[in-house]
Design a protein around this ligand. Structure first.
Ligand code: F3S
Length: 396
């Protein structure tokens, strides 16, 4: 891989051990994937924040680093709401370690917003064609597909190295030839709200790592595209998809229809609801919405569904701190029901979820991850059912 004289000097340790280590990791990745050079990035989104997944080894690694990130950088969800962790039932020992991780990242100049939906923040924009180093799989999918930016699915350490150097290796989804659709998926029905998460769950399994091109009857909006991409990244490993006439790349480029084609019908989506939901939802002791983190519109939708109701079970709504702080009335309205709007964290990366036995979710990704990562059974349903049956919502 070609390195500029300045990059060579960093590799040789002339800019200190942190940048030397960061360069070694970026170059090693570049060599594996046959990148020709490093390219500048506009921003980084760094996973590996929850103490639950990082442990002491991760904390030690971050704490040893020096210097400052070269581009705007943001963190993925942590293991707790940084202000309301006690209400979640997180232990003081965990909270102390989690704060140390946040402070270690902060000392590298990384903004303390912990979210997997950085694209909803006023303060952190990405635009068509930008090269990025983002790591959370649903954020990567959204950046590539809905924004038309370019990022590989970085690991937490490689995103951090890219942030410190301000560059990433030029391979994978940074290159035109890897962004061409490989599988056409026709969706032969109208879809509503949570149908997109279930469609993503089915399509991700079929696509695996390939780039699908959807042909749809309905025109999905940004939150539906987010749900579709998050589920495909979890049930498969899809990091980029296109929707004909909707996503920016298909509006600007004429892709050849891929030779391989499949059709998904409403009956397949209904079958998932039946097989994975069944009556399980009545056994839920908790419900959670906000995987990926809620947009203002999704918070508004939850507030409308909980209007005039109280919930019996634990109901958690996850969003970024910036979105919660910018929408105080909606948050207040949701919390009047007894549900909690939590920031900086989520149902999958927080140890607080482990106390539940069965959670109702409206997300294909949470549905795929809760049993393995939290040992909590999951049922997927639309928001209304999650609130009413999973949360036990009833009129006041
Ligand atoms: Fe985000 Fe957590 Fe889901 S990081 S995508 S809310 S598993």
């Amino acid at each position: 891989m070609y390195l500029t004289p300045e990059e060579e000097r960093m590799m040789a340790g002339e800019s200190g051990p942190t940048l030397q280590k960061a360069m070694e990791i970026l170059v090693a990745l570049g060599d594996i994937y046959e990148a020709d050079r490093l390219i500048p990035i506009k921003s980084a989104q760094i996973a590996g924040v929850s103490y639950k997944t990082m442990g002491d080894a991760g904390l030690e690694w971050i704490s040893d680093l020096e210097g400052k990130v070269q581009v705007p950088s943001i963190l993925n969800p942590a293991g707790m709401d940084l202000e309301r962790w006690q209400e979640m039932g997180v232990s003081a020992e965990f909270a102390e370690k989690q704060q140390e991780i946040i402070e270690a990242y902060g000392s590298l100049g990384i903004g303390v917003q912990c979210t997997c939906t950085p694209y909803y923040l006023q303060s952190f924009s990405a635009t068509y064609g930008d090269h990025l180093a983002w790591s959370e799989s649903s954020a990567v999918s959204y950046a590539n597909s809905v924004i038309g930016a370019r990022t590989n699915r970085e690991g937490g350490p490689s995103a951090l190295c890219a942030a410190l150097v301000g560059k990433t290796a030029n391979y994978g989804y940074h290159l035109d030839e890897n962004r061409i659709p490989e599988l056409m998926i026709s969706v032969d029905c109208e879809l509503d709200a949570s149908d997109y998460a279930v469609l993503g769950y089915i399509a991700g399994k079929a696509a695996g790592k390939r780039v699908p091109l959807f042909k749809m009857r309905s025109t999905p909006h940004r939150d539906q595209l987010k749900a579709l991409g998050a589920a495909m990244a979890a049930s498969g490993a899809v990091a980029l998809y296109h929707v004909e006439g909707v996503t920016p790349e298909t509006c600007r480029k004429d892709f050849e229809p891929p030779a391989e084609q499949l059709t998904i019908e409403k009956s397949q989506i209904d079958e998932v609801y039946e097989t994975v939901s069944g009556d399980g939802i009545t056994e839920c002791d908790s419900a959670a919405v906000g995987c990926p983190h809620c947009s203002p519109e999704e918070l508004e939708d939850v507030a409308a569904k909980l209007e005039g109701k109280v919930v019996d079970n634990n109901v958690w709504i996850f969003t970024s701190r910036e979105v919660a702080v910018s929408n105080p009335k909606i948050v207040e309205s949701i919390e009047r029901s007894g549900a909690k709007v939590l920031c900086d964290t989520c149902m999958v990366v927080s140890p607080a979820t482990d106390k539940f036995s069965h959670m109702a979710v409206n997300s294909g990704k949470a549905y795929a991850y809760l049993p393995g990562m939290c040992k909590v059974a999951a049922t997927i349903a639309n928001i209304e059912k999650c609130m009413e049956k999973g949360g036990g919502a009833h009129s006041d």
